[in-house]
Write a protein of this length. Sequence first.
Length: 62
Amino acid sequence: MIKKFIYYQEEDMFIGWLEEFPDYRTQGKSLQELMDNLKDIHNELTAGSIPNVHQVGELQIA
């Protein structure tokens, strides 16, 4: 499974979030650590252990 994520570097930290869960950000000292943390947060978000998860949807307007 492939998930898109958005990230940027701020000083010596990488900050990022999963595209489908923009309200839930994490960080890492390296890009690899950020990606590992994103995998962890994805597991928590999709397992139902975090209540009231906001998600991004698509809506087709005629």
